[in-house]
Design a protein around this ligand. Structure first.
Ligand code: NDP
Length: 327
């Protein structure tokens, strides 16, 4: 038997989440069974736990879009019992039971070995949000980061916190946009040298181009903020668009692309091929200082998840929630 957070849907379509004891024969099909040690709370998890079920494809469902733990049994040559593994993406926690359980059974292709230098708890302090932040930084590097400050929007959130710490550690000057002024000290501790108030960038303007300010941008917010940022980029600079915490509509013009050669790079962490995932995890282990990672952690247990799921949808989670499955 193992403990899991199970989301169920009643005949009226109403969903509810509760911690339950399940037997192993309930686990979905897959080649590798993992004793899950840690998982996290991402924006998508908030949608899957919350009313309506968000992205959930089947009920009853175990959410949790990422996890780290130890292989318990494997029908695949690449993994053997005792191996440490991490999983992000592949619609686990949406279409396939995920990490909010002490056991998970998944396809071997979806896993990667835990990188040297990170334990399971630290890997989940990074989690999908941090993995995506690394992909965003790598995309900016591939297109060249200009001289000057690199903007991170939604800076106090999961993606934003990790992006801030990585960019600062790589020697870039980081400006963090936040709607929570009380997080300024936290963002400075991660390496941000400039704090920009959310209202400053969320204010609408009729001008499609403003002063050339940002040398690059990791954008976790989308919507009006992304539209405004596009017009503030330096000539030829890139924005890595990661999320839509501030809305999916993009009220922008084509002018920044035509007259400033701005690049808008879409980042998808879900369907990343194996080699890219290994490369990104190795970069995380190398470029993200452990003390900064520790500063981002908010510890949690399975029982805390319904509340935390609601909090993350309201943009009220700071840094990274790390769920201890044995806590
Ligand atoms: P968090 O909730 O941890 O962070 C989002 C941050 O955005 C908040 O902390 C807040 O930052 C800011 N924010 C929230 N609402 C608004 C708003 N209305 N206007 C402006 N800013 C707002 O989420 P994550 O960091 O985990 O994820 C961020 C986004 O990235 C989500 O949309 C998520 O779905 C997406 N994502 C995409 C992935 C991909 O593969 N492309 C993978 C992982 C996440 P502050 O308080 O500092 O202002």
């Amino acid at each position: 038997m193992f403990k899991a957070l199970v989301v169920e849907k009643d005949d009226d379509g109403k969903t509810s989440a509760s911690v339950q004891e399940l037997s192993e024969d309930r686990l979905p099909a897959g080649e590798v069974t993992v004793a899950v040690e840690y998982s996290t709370v991402n924006y998508k998890d908030g949608l899957c736990i919350g009313p309506g079920g968000g992205l959930v494809r089947n009920y009853p469902h175990v959410p949790g879009i990422d996890f780290a733990g130890t292989v318990e049994a494997s029908d695949d040559d690449r993994y053997k019992p005792g191996d440490k593994v991490v999983l992000t993406g592949w619609r686990v926690g949406e279409a396939h039971w995920g990490g909010y359980a002490q056991k998970a059974r998944v396809k071997a292709d979806w896993l990667v070995p835990l990188p040297d230098g990170l334990d399971a708890r630290q890997a989940m302090a990074v989690g999908t949000a941090g993995f995506t932040a690394m992909l965003a930084v790598m995309a900016l590097e591939d297109h060249g980061i200009k001289d000057g400050p690199v903007l991170v929007t939604g800076a106090a959130g999961g993606v934003g916190s990790v992006a801030t710490a990585i960019l600062a550690n790589l020697g870039y000057e980081v400006a963090g946009v936040t709607g929570r002024p009380e997080t300024a000290d936290y963002l400075r501790s991660l390496g941000a040298s400039q704090i920009v108030a959310r209202e400053e960038i969320n204010e609408t303007t009729k001008r499609p181009l403003e002063g050339e300010t940002w040398a690059g941008c990791v954008d976790a917010v989308g919507g009006a903020m992304l539209a405004r940022v596009l017009g503030q980029m330096k000539y030829g600079a890139s924005v890595a668009a990661v999320g839509l915490a501030g809305g999916a509509a993009l009220p922008a013009t084509v002018i920044p692309f035509l007259l400033r050669g701005v690049n808008l790079l879409g980042i998808d962490s879900v369907m990343q091929p194996y080699d890219n995932r290994v490369r990104a995890w190795a970069r995380i282990a190398k470029d993200l200082p452990i003390d900064k990672l520790e500063a981002m952690i908010q510890p949690a247990t399975l029982a805390d998840l319904p509340q935390l799921g609601a909090d993350i949808l309201k943009g009220q989670v700071k840094g990274r929630v790390v769920v201890d499955l044995n806590g």
